[in-house]
Design a protein around this ligand. Sequence first.
Ligand code: IPE
Ligand code: IPE
Ligand code: MG
Length: 268
Amino acid sequence: MALFASSTCDVPATSAVPRHVAIIMDGNGRWAKKRLLPRFAGHHRGVETVRATVRTCLERGIEFLTIFAFSSENWRRPQEEVSLLMQLFVRALKDEVSKLHRNGVRLRVIGDLSRFDADLQALIRSSEERTAGNRRLILTVAANYGGRWDILQAVNRMLLSEPEKSGEWAESDLAPHLAMSYAPEPDLFIRTGGEQRISNFLLWQLAYSEFYFTDLLWPEFDAAAFDAALASFQQRERRFGRTSEQLGQRVDDSPASTAAATSRRIDA
Ligand code: IPE
Ligand code: IPE
Ligand code: MG
């Protein structure tokens, strides 16, 4: 059985504070350019914003934070920038994991990790293992991640695991194979940097997420800016296909909401 309610198969439980926030951290390069600094200086500053964002999530009781660190299309950048980003990723993992661990944060990395150096892959695995027992916040870093890659790898695994179901596969057969099957779908999606696009982030999982765009560049996205996004989220009416009038009615006894309630637990 699925661990979490699907926004399309069930009507998930909602809450004033999002359980899961997914962020496209964009605008590092422009932040640096405005200051006549190399693009890398923006990425460097961006790590500080990640640190602050994790802290805000812990303080606000957000259970899942997912951040887009490197997309499957970011390999198209100049070789030098790609290599500096990889070094920054290694540095950040080495520097931050102890603190994450002390704060009860579990780190997970999603994406096609096979393209990374063996050393980086080993570092990712050991960081994940070290924090595997933590439950306070699940921090997922999407690295060499693409929404299309995720759906395709899940389809491939589904077909291999249940070939006999030919032509009869359901959403619930696919979902467990997605890279983030351990998390509920994001309630809130934030993109900094002014662009209003998904850039191949969580294509499947964002089906019913609330979207929030800000012109602030990622290094400028502080706790107050995060709180503004959370306040905007609280104003949203999440209908999941229903009418506004239906939302006032009791749905507690419906099979879907019972399933949603029982599935609201974290992967043990
Ligand atoms: C986002 O900032 C970080 C990564 C994609 C790694 P950008 O590097 O895309 O910054 P801009 O969009 O060029 O300002
Ligand atoms: C999206 O930002 C990817 C990450 C933040 C890691 P980009 O800067 O790569 O997105 P596009 O190219 O402007 O769509
Ligand atoms: Mg960008």
